[in-house]
Design a protein around this ligand. Sequence first.
Ligand SMILES: NC(=O)c1ccc[n+]([C@@H]2O[C@H](COP(=O)([O-])OP(=O)(O)OC[C@H]3O[C@@H](n4cnc5c(N)ncnc54)[C@H](O)[C@@H]3O)[C@@H](O)[C@H]2O)c1
Length: 447
Amino acid sequence: MAKGKGIPQKVAVIGLGKLGSPMAAGVSARGVAVIGADLDSTKVEKINRGEAPVNETGLAEYIRRGRDWLRATTDLEAATIESEIVFIIVPTPSEPQGGFSIRHVLSACEAIGCGLKKKKAFTVVVITSTVMPGSTEGPIRECLEKHSGKKAGKDFGLCYSPEFIALGSVIHDFLNPDFILCGESDARSGEILDAFYQTVCENEPYIAHMNFVNAELSKLAVNTFVTTKITYANMLAHICERLPGGDVDKVTAAIGHDTRIGVKYLKGATGYGGPCFPRDNLAMGALARGLEVQAALAETTDHQNRAEAIRLADLVNRHAKPGAKIGILGLSYKPDTEVIEESQAILLARELLDGGRDLLVYDPMAMESARVVLGDAPQYCGSAEDCVRQSDIVVIAVPWEEFSRIPESVFFERRIVLIDAWRIAPDGWRKATQYVPVGVNTSEIIG
Ligand SMILES: NC(=O)c1ccc[n+]([C@@H]2O[C@H](COP(=O)([O-])OP(=O)(O)OC[C@H]3O[C@@H](n4cnc5c(N)ncnc54)[C@H](O)[C@@H]3O)[C@@H](O)[C@H]2O)c1
C-alpha cells in the first residue's frame, strides 16, 4: 500500500477506455486505491468482475493483481467525493478544422464540480485527455468553478497532465515515462500530483511543472516532433530507393548516433497512424493557423504522410502482374493492438481494392476491426503462413513479431514477390523470394 506524507490514498479515473482502464489498473497494482468511473456500465461491470474492459497488453493481469484496490462506478459525483485526485480521461474527438472538442470533458466536469461542492477536503482535478491550448484555463476551469461554487487554485486544484503512451504497451509506458508534464493552477496541486507520480512510477521521471497553456502545447509538440521525424526518415527512404546503392537503414543507423537526432522513430518505413499522431499533427496546424503563425511544417508532414500508402500501393502495382493475388501482412496501425484508426495498412488495402486488385489479408489481432471497414472485399486468411501461401505478392505492412515465426519453407514453395516495408525478413526469405525492401535501391530488380 502507498504510504507517506502527502501521498494520495485514493484516486478516481473518469473514463475507462483504451487509456483510462490500463491507467486505473496500473495505479491500483501499485497499491493506491482507485475508483474508476465511466458512463458505460458494461466497462464498469467488467472491472468490478475483475475483467479487462478493453484489449491491452497485461491489462487482465494488472486488474487481477490490483483487485483489492480497484473498483468502478457509473456515479462520477460519488467517485469525486471519495477521491483526493480525479483524473479525466474521456474522448476529445477531432473537429473538422483540426482542434479537439472538449464536450465530453465538460460533461464530466459538471458531475465532478457537483462532487467538489459537497466535500471539504482539497481535491486535485487532473485533465489527462488531450485538449487544445487554452482549454484548461478557459472553459474547463469555468465549468468546474461554476458547478462547484469553488475557486480553482484555492479551494480545489486543477492540473493538465497528459500521458505519452503507445497502445499495446500502455501500462508499461504509463509506469515508466520519459518525463511528466504538469500544468498546474497552483504549486500545492502540482506537489500533490508530483507525490502521486513518485509513488506509482517504476522509474524516477523528470516532472516538468508549468502553466496550463505550456503543458497543453508541450503535449502537441512532443507528438508533432515525432511525426515530423518519422516523415523525415520516410523522405530518406524515398531518396534511397532512387539512389543507386542507397539503403535507408545504413543512413538512419548512422545519423541516429548523433545525440541531436537519436534513433527512435527514425526508421524509413510506412507512414504514421493511430489515434494520436495524425490528429495531434492536424491540431498543431490548426493552432498555428488560429494564431496567424506559419503552419507549413505541420501541414506538409500531414500531406506527405497521407501520400505514403499511395506510394506503397504504386510499388506493389509495379510488381503485380494482371490477376496477381496480393497478400497484406498486418492491418493494425502498429504491432500489439487491434486498433486500425488511420492505419497505413488499411489505407494500402483500400488503395489496392480501389484499383481492382485481388487482396488477401492477415493480422494477429485486427481482423475483426478490419472487417468493419474493408467488408467482404478482401479474403481474410487464418494465419500469416496461409496468407503467404495463397499470394503472388506479399507486403509486410506492420512489423508484428509473429511474422518472424512463419516457417522459411513456405517461401520456398513457389517464387513470390516479398515487399518488406520494415525490412524484418530473415535472410532465408530474402533468398527464396523476389525481395523488395522499402527504402533500399533495387534498380537491378525493378529495372
Ligand atoms: N488511446 C491513445 O493512444 C491515447 C494516447 C494519448 C492520449 N489519449 C487521449 O486520452 C483521451 C481518451 O482516449 P481513449 O483512447 O482512452 O478513449 P476511449 O474512447 O478508448 O475511452 C474513453 C472512455 O470515456 C468514457 N466517457 C465518455 N464520456 C464520458 C463522461 N462524460 N464521463 C465518464 N466517462 C466518459 C467512454 O465511455 C469511454 O469508456 C483522449 O483525449 C485521447 O486523445 C489517448
